[in-house]
Design a protein around this ligand. Sequence first.
Ligand SMILES: [Cu+2]
Length: 334
Amino acid sequence: MKFSAALAIGAAAQAVNAHYFFDTNIVGGAVQPAFKYVRQSTRATKYNPIKFSSNPAADIRDGSTADGPDIVCNQGAFSSAGKTEVLTVNAGDEVKLQLAVGAKFQHPGPGLVYMSKAPTGSVKAYDGSGDWFKIFEEGVCDGGDFTSTAWCDYNRNYIAAKIPKDTPNGEYLLRAEHIGVHRSHVNQPEHYVSCMQIKVQGGGNGTPGPMVKFPGAYKATDPYANFSIYNGRKAFPMPGPAVWTGGAGSGASAPQATSPVEQAASSAPAAAKPTTMSTVRVPAAQPTQAAPATGGAGCAALYGQCGGNGFTGAKCCSAGSCKVANPWYSQCLN
Ligand SMILES: [Cu+2]
């Protein structure tokens, strides 16, 4: 019986309260029935994370690996595609996924949302093996504890993302993910993934990108999978591709910043408070900016731009050092 099963999961989740899974979404403030629009996984323990196959065998849960097919929408989730409904969403609107059984994100780490268009037109028939683009990411938001509360979604129970206005109409898988990075320093990030089935209407003619595949978008050798939250704050290298916000794709169409402050405000995700805009977020496309070089000839002058998505100039400073203001703008500052 469904209800008692949910209670059993709830009791177990309290015992392991740092682990979680998405089971529902919120429409106009109303929490939807569990697994109405979110595909249910078949894994033995619903809240278990997905780890790289290179982890110690004892670390792998339910046989799921981040370099295997379960990283798409979680283990066996395609088998529930037929009974999962398709939510109609207007382009420009926000989609909000919520964790099951009262859990909250209690691992430090980023929140990410991706989309992939159903090639045949029907998302119920789509296994997610096609092309994916990222529409949202959030990492570090404020000066709190870098091992916990500094992360934007820490202690929250949802992840929300706006469907870009330019998204072409059609049926899509929308993939929400939280990655616990508390053990990335020993190459053991924990991925928590679920997919929703949506139909975008009122969209545009944008060309989403850059495109990635799951598995494939993440590798055990990626900087995020080897990042340490311990021994001080540092810029976090976002997993996966740059965020697509509309237009021609690859983030190249993002407006050029006139001032980092202005740009930070205009590029802040709708769900985030402007004051929480991180100063240590690293553009996904240029993780090397985390440790920018200070150089001489050919490098940007003091207050000049030295990085950001779509920026093709020199990524070094002849004076000062390169500081990330937001994903689209880094500036040489003293
Ligand atoms: Cu964990």
